[in-house]
Each structure stands twice: as structure tokens, then as C-alpha cells.
Design a protein around this ligand. Structure first.
Ligand code: ZN
Length: 305
């Protein structure tokens, strides 16, 4: 089969998944769009098996042009997605936020995304981004190698908690640990800002149970499914079966995330991996669409968050 018919098959597999659940589509809170030059560097990093990948073979499945990538998400039936982007050094966040505002402007189904870094001026540009309409932030503790509980971010967390703007935060120690990854620093942030809407990326992989603890303790903490339960992740960082009932009980605060396009398998595999947990159709409907639709107030969702 050629690449074209592979895509057609995959599109129909993805659509069959959500149509079978009676959903209007999917909402994916963890997809990556960033300036082309930055994305090429990320791909080169994965290709070279950089240390933060855990030294694991990581072929990028959707190495396509930006427009093609967005179109493919639409064909899959992803109603809303994000542009997860993140700095690894000072001075990058503001230009990334400028780019993301432009991208959201020309991509109405992308939730306007912004990012941050502990540096002088961070509170100012975060406030600017919120005022410009940012709906979600991305914080990458592993790549950024900063402590999220650093005093320089205190004002920012307070501001985002007050604005109710969710922050997808890569804070688990997968695929490789960073200086400030793990549940400790995030727990310190939440002690000070208990209403902060943190969305723990990758379900906190591999410290799944520690991050479930935090979600059980703080009602605004959510978890995204990004790469969790896939064959790829289960081989290295399996989700402990004993924690499945806790995941089921948090069904209104688990959100579909995929890491598209930077994934080493087809998109539909993330959906199959959720289905085979056996938590049932109501759980899948909430996770794959309803929870995020409510959180972001998508059209057709009039339930208050
Ligand atoms: Zn990601």
C-alpha cells in the first residue's frame, strides 16, 4: 500500500472510533505546532536520539508540512487541538508566543497556546498573552530544566489560577528525568496555588501514581493521556494496573492528548490504547471529547466548568 491509501485507512479508523462512541469528534489537548525552524530542530533531536528522549529509537510518523498536519487532524475529526511549544532557554518564550498568536489567528480550530520560562518579564508577557486570548499554556519542566516552584514564577501561577487558564505541564520524569521533574516541585506549586488548572502531561509518566495523588487532592488538576498506554510507552514505563480504578474515578479530569505529530506510531494507536484499558464507553467519551470541550467551552457545550 502507498502512503496515500495508508492515510485513507487511518482516517477511517480514527473516525470509526469516535463515531462509534456517538461523539461529534475528538479534542486533543496535546499536539505540537511551532515555528518551522524550531520544529525541524526538535525532529533532528529525536532523530539523533538526544538524551532527553531516553536514547530510544523515535521515528516521527507525521513529518509533514504545517498545513498538511493541521489538515490531517481535521480529517481525523479533531475539533480542537493545541500548539504546544516551549523554550529551553531565556528570551525564547515571548517570540514563541508571538508566533503562536499568529498561528491561532490563521488556524481557528487551534486553541490559542502560549508558554513561559522563569526569567525577568515573565509575568508581563504571560499577562499579555492572556489578554491577547491565550486559552492554554505549555510548561516544559524537563526540557526547560527549571524548578516550577521557583519564586520567579509565583506571580505567574497566581495570575493563571485567577484567570482559570489551564497549563499543560510536562513534569514527569519520562522519557528521561530532568533536574526538576517528578511530583515534588509541582506539589509545592499546588500548595501555594491550589486552584491552578494544571494538566499533567503524559499522565505524569512514569510517576503515574504520585500524580494521581495530586489530582485526587486538588480538584482543578487534570491529566492528559499523551503517549500513555501505547505499546511504545508500556514497554518502558508501564502504567500500574492497580491504579486503573483511580483513573476510572478521575474520568472527568482525564483529557485526550497525543503528541501529534512527534509520535513513533500512527495516531489511531493512542485511541486503541485508551479503549483497551476497558474503562468503558462513558469514560472514553468524557476523555476523548467531553472533558476538554467543557473545559474550553467549545461550541455546543454550555455546561459551566
Ligand atoms: Zn509533547
Amino acid at each position: 500500500m502507498g502512503a496515500h491509501s495508508d492515510t485513507r485507512t487511518e482516517v477511517s479508523d480514527v473516525r470509526r472510533f469516535w463515531e462509534g462512541l456517538g461523539l461529534p469528534g475528538l479534542v486533543d489537548v496535546h499536539t505540537h505546532f511551532m515555528p518551522e525552524r524550531v520544529l525541524r530542530k526538535v525532529w533532528a533531536y529525536f532523530d539523533a536520539l538526544g538524551p532527553l528522549t531516553g536514547g530510544i529509537e523515535w521515528p516521527i510518523t507525521y513529518r509533514k508540512e504545517e498545513g498538511e498536519r493541521a489538515d490531517l487532524l481535521r480529517e481525523f475529526g479533531v475539533r480542537a487541538f493545541t500548539a504546544m511549544l516551549y523554550p529551553h532557554k531565556p528570551g525564547m518564550a515571548r517570540p514563541l508566543n508571538d508566533w503562536a498568536a499568529g498561528f491561532a489567528g490563521r488556524t481557528p480550530d487551534c486553541l490559542h497556546t502560549a508558554t513561559l520560562f522563569p526569567e525577568p518579564g515573565v509575568a508581563e508577557y504571560v499577562r499579555d498573552a492572556v489578554e491577547a486570548g491565550a486559552r492554554v499554556f505549555k510548561a516544559h519542566v524537563q526540557v526547560g530544566a527549571y524548578d516550577p516552584a521557583d519564586a520567579s514564577l509565583d506571580e505567574v501561577w497566581g495570575l493563571l489560577a485567577e484567570a482559570g487558564v489551564p497549563v499543560v505541564i510536562h513534569c514527569g520524569s519520562g522519557p528521561a528525568p530532568g533536574r526538576h521533574t517528578g511530583p515534588g516541585p509541582v506539589a509545592r506549586v499546588l500548595e501555594r496555588h491550589p486552584r491552578l488548572r494544571l494538566i499533567v502531561a503524559h499522565l505524569g509518566m512514569p510517576e503515574y501514581e504520585d500524580f494521581l495523588d495530586l489530582a485526587e487532592r486538588y480538584g482543578e488538576v487534570r491529566l492528559d493521556t499523551t503517549m500513555a498506554f501505547t505499546d511504545f510507552s508500556e514497554r518502558m514505563m508501564p502504567f500500574p494496573r492497580r491504579a486503573l480504578p483511580r483513573l476510572a474515578a478521575l474520568g472527568d479530569r482525564v483529557l485526550l492528548g497525543s503528541d501529534f505529530p512527534n509520535i513513533p506510531y500512527p495516531y489511531v494507536h493512542q485511541l486503541d490504547a485508551l479503549e483497551r484499558l476497558g474503562l468503558g464507553e462513558a469514560w472514553l467519551r468524557a476523555v476523548c471529547h467531553d472533558n476538554a470541550a467543557r473545559l474550553f467551552g467549545l461550541p455546543g457545550e454550555d455546561l459551566p466548568v
